[in-house]
Structure formats: C-alpha cells, structure tokens
Design a protein around this ligand. Sequence first.
Ligand code: HEC
Length: 202
Amino acid sequence: MKSQIALLLIIFAVAASGCVNKVEVSQPNEFESQKVKQMGDELAQTLLDTLGATLKNSIQKDGPVDAIKVCKTEAQAIASRISANAIVPVEIKRTTYKFRNPQNAPDSFEKIALDHFNEFAENGQELPLYYIQKIKLGDDVSYNYFKPLKIQSVCLACHGDPATTESSLRATIAENYPEDKATGYKLGDFRGLVRVKIESLE
Ligand code: HEC
C-alpha cells in the first residue's frame, strides 16, 4: 500500500512538473560549442562542396534543365551519404521557409534558427557564421549546428525572378515542384540553412 502511494506520488510529481518528454533548447557550454562547431563546419562544408561540384558538372554537361533533375534525385541522397559516413551519428539537411521541396520544410528547432538569422538579414546586418542549439529531451542530449546560405550569382538561374527565368527551366521546376516557393531571390539574399544534427559528441 505504502509503495502504491509512493508510486502515485511520483507519477503525480512527474505529471505536475510537466517534465515528461519536455524539450529544452539551450546554449551549449564552451567545450561542447567548440566540438559542435568543428564537426558542424566540416560536415556542412562537405555537403556544400559536393552539391556545388555535382551542380556545376551537370550544368556543364547537360545544361540547367537536367541539373534540376539531378538536384531532385541527388541533393538529399548526397546529404544522407555524408551523414552515413560521419564518425558520430549525424543527420544533415538543408532547410528554409521558402522551400522548393516540401521535404526540406523546417521543424520547430529549425524555425528558431531561421528566425535568428532572419533578424540579422532584415536589419541589413552581416549574418553570423553559425548558430548552435543544445537540445534536451528527457535524458537525451543532441545538438543542432546551422550554417547560413546566401544567394550567389550561380543560384539565380534556378532561384531568381521567375519572370526572367528561362522558360524550359521554369517549366521543369513547375513540373517537378508544383508548390515551389524558392524563387524571387536576389544576389546576397539569405536563402536558408544547412543543419547538422549531432546525436553525440563521443
Ligand atoms: C540548376 C538549378 C539550381 C541551381 C543553379 C541552384 N539550385 Fe537550389 N535547388 C534546386 C532544386 C531543384 C532544389 C530542390 C532539391 C530537392 O528536391 O531536395 C533546390 C533546393 C535548394 C535548397 C533546399 C531548400 C529547398 O528550397 O527545397 C537550398 C537551400 C538551395 N537550393 C540553395 C541554393 C543555393 C544557395 C544555390 C547557389 C549556390 C542554388 N540553390 C543553386 C535547383 C537549383
């Protein structure tokens, strides 16, 4: 009987404190920060270099219309391959509010990060080089590293003003991404983030 009451009290305490699966987002300490930054930087850069080279090759070889198809099949596959080859468990993705592929839509943590960078962009300030979140869910701790992406001239062919986008390119984008939101950008605009989720620092 005593133990039943004790158990009930524990259940009540847990429920009242609301700590069942409560998610906490905080800033990591200096040591964690350095490790997350180093891993995040390296993996995000590997993704950008690989994507950039794949895009460049396919534009040169087959033109931008075919490059759209390569992006469609390769962008997420490349991110998955880099994640699978990392020495610690990670998950890499690109995200933005104005997404072309709905699979790249932001989750609640990514929205916090996008808002963080958007504030700088809207005030005309230089974007910070990165942003880190420490996420606690019960006893589980993970980290999100975010690297901002800006629009360069090479991006404009596929993410620029639809009115000046070459018509076959526009048609291919519309066919593959009927709900595309990723156009209308100008040189230097904040486009989105590479997110590296790091499950463990060991
Ligand atoms: C040849 C056309 C093309 C060019 C050039 C291009 N992109 Fe994209 N971009 C795409 C396609 C297609 C997708 C959707 C990929 C997918 O299905 O995951 C995409 C997706 C993205 C995404 C993921 C979020 C979303 O909208 O789904 C980001 C971020 C992005 N592009 C940034 C850039 C940047 C920055 C550049 C220039 C360095 C660039 N892109 C150049 C075609 C292009």
